[in-house]
Ligand binder design. Sequence first.
Ligand code: PRP
Ligand code: URA
Length: 212
Amino acid sequence: MKDFKNVFIFDHPLIKHKIAILRDKKTGMKEFRELVEEITTIMTYESMRDVKLAPVQVETPLEVTTQYKVPEESVAIVPILRAGLGMVNGVHKVFPTAKVGHIGMYRNEETLEPQEYYCKLPEGIEHKTVFLVDPMLATGGSACDALNALKKRGCKNIKFMAIIAAPQGVENVAKSHPDVPVYVSTLDRCLNENGYILPGLGDAGDRLFGTK
Ligand code: PRP
Ligand code: URA
């Protein structure tokens, strides 16, 4: 795959370890859900290296000192339904007060085209750093449409996080949204004829919610 300036593929040994368990078809729903959450928390740390801090005065037992904090209310989380829901708690571990918006998308199983069925975003989202999250980036259609919906609402500072991605999906998002940093835990080989990522982990929504 071509190098894109806005694409960051993590090469973290702990993430690799957890993804190996996540992929295993013997991994059950509870462990799958916990792993998605843990991987997301690690990804959130890694993707916030450029976060803007605000100075605050802190009184230690000995003196007053200027310290730096991430401003409260500056972060929002937007999962792409359904599977993105599995990543929300992982970001909340780092930013517990982040408000949550929802964008509902499903892929038409024949055309693989995404269909938006729901969009509800918190007020003032356009002033926040928005984490758009979805564990799977396959063709990139869902992510691109969700990014368009957020931009239509005025969001300017968006980070997209996916756990497993196909090269085709990464290229699609990176080219269509060069202003959006794309954080991916692992880059897989390709898509199969049904649009599933190989080797992948199967259907993330079904494995998270036990629907199959
Ligand atoms: C999956 C996944 C992404 C999308 C990725 O959702 O969670 O949203 O497919 O595919 P794309 O990159 O080709 O658009 P799905 O449509 O299966 O819905 P679900 O989350 O409700 O299971
Ligand atoms: N959505 C999934 O849940 N898995 C894939 O492999 C591709 C899209």
